[in-house]
Design a protein around this ligand. Structure first.
Ligand code: ADP
Ligand code: MG
Length: 341
């Protein structure tokens, strides 16, 4: 319990504030976790069941939306957390756990074929140049600092040992090893073609599961909480679908003097269950008006539903960005989203 609440104690500004050190924590400390889950996802873990749907053909993304997204969106990324049952999570792992998890995952990666076939790089073995390249492309995880969740939760111990990154040749399918979760699976590409990124994500999710199971391992998952992992915000689908979007008019308000209007983007995002981040990941600044906007919930909705919510919400953000550009005031924008059904 001491470990579970540590990140909230040392970095109380970081939003969630509690993490699990292993699979059992989700049951053992449910008095702590269920209210947090309710608050973050709006999901009642006592009564609800978590739905699964990886049928990418169900997404609704019109040609008009595609054209608009390509105008505003620099890149799209869909990621999810996956953890291997039977090993402590990074916040509670020993050096031995971490090494074993890396071995299991490397074995699973070697079973990925065709478009997903690629190479695994140990974090400690990267040259400075490679690190810089991967960070700039948004492929690599943030390096832990004294004040971030990884350090607070105890998941940055023995850094960078047994951490690593896998990517396919085209660098559109990636897997992180032993960052905040055992594995983060990531599909990304330039531009705003959400269905293409989601289709690859679904392929990667299925392929990794099949490959891990063929080696006799099992992913952490149950009917109530879906995929289990380190942070309550990443349960369920564990899916965060984000676009890097350039919205200079919202940014101008954020950098302006009007205290209320500074928060207009936060208000819009909150109205559509979206989460805004800066351009270099969580708790970073938005450089040049570039924001990372994603779905906020990951649990209680299926993968398809969450990606659709992101598409529909971001369409609204773009609509309001255009309104602001055409001379509408923040009050006009507030009136527009207050009317949403
Ligand atoms: P997560 O927790 O989902 O992995 P983080 O906020 O920790 O995301 O960011 C991880 C990295 O991914 C950062 O370098 C961030 O800039 C990058 N990133 C996030 N979304 C996108 C996107 N749509 N396009 C390109 N890079 C992205
Ligand atoms: Mg993160």
């Amino acid at each position: 319990l001491h470990n579970a609440i540590m990140t909230g104690t040392v970095t109380p500004h970081l939003g969630v504030g509690a993490t699990a050190g292993d699979e059992e924590c989700w049951e053992l400390f449910k008095d702590l976790f269920y209210p947090i889950i309710k608050d973050w996802h709006g999901y009642d873990a006592e009564t609800q069941k978590h739905p699964v749907d990886l049928d990418f053909s169900k997404l609704v993304f019109t040609d008009e939306q595609k054209a608009t997204f390509n105008e505003f969106v620099k890149s799209t990324r869909i990621r999810a957390a996956r953890n291997i049952s039977g090993y402590s999570l990074p916040a509670g792992a020993t050096a031995e756990d971490r090494a074993q998890v890396e071995t299991v995952l490397k074995q699973a990666f070697s079973g990925l074929t065709d478009e997903l076939a690629g190479t695994y790089y140990e974090l400690g073995g990267l040259t400075e140049e490679q690190t810089k390249f991967l960070l700039e492309k948004g492929f690599l995880f943030q390096i832990p600092t004294a004040k971030n969740l990884l350090t607070g939760a105890g998941a940055a111990r023995s850094w960078p040992n047994n951490r690593g990154i896998y990517h396919n040749e085209a660098q559109t399918a990636l897997c992180w090893v032993n960052e905040e979760d055992h594995c983060r699976i990531i599909s990304m590409e330039n531009g705003g073609n959400i269905p293409s990124v989601f289709e690859r994500f679904c392929g990667l999710s299925n392929a990794l599961k099949a490959s891990a199971e063929s080696n006799g391992t099992k992913l952490m998952w149950n009917e109530t909480l879906g995929f289990l992992g380190t942070c309550p915000s990443n349960l369920g689908t564990g899916l965060r679908a984000s676009v890097m979007i350039v919205i200079p008019n919202f940014n101008k308000l954020m950098e302006g003097d009007n205290e209320e209007d500074k928060h207009l983007l936060d208000e819009v995002c909150s109205a559509y269950d979206l989460q805004p981040r800066g351009s270099a990941g969580e708790h970073s600044a938005a450089v040049g008006g570039k924001f990372d906007i994603s779905n906020k919930q990951r649990l209680g909705f299926s993968e398809v539903q969450l990606v659709q919510k992101m598409i529909d919400g971001v369409s609204k953000v773009i609509e309001y960005e255009k309104m602001l550009g055409a001379g509408s005031t923040p009050a006009d924008v507030r009136a527009a989203f207050a009317k949403k059904e």
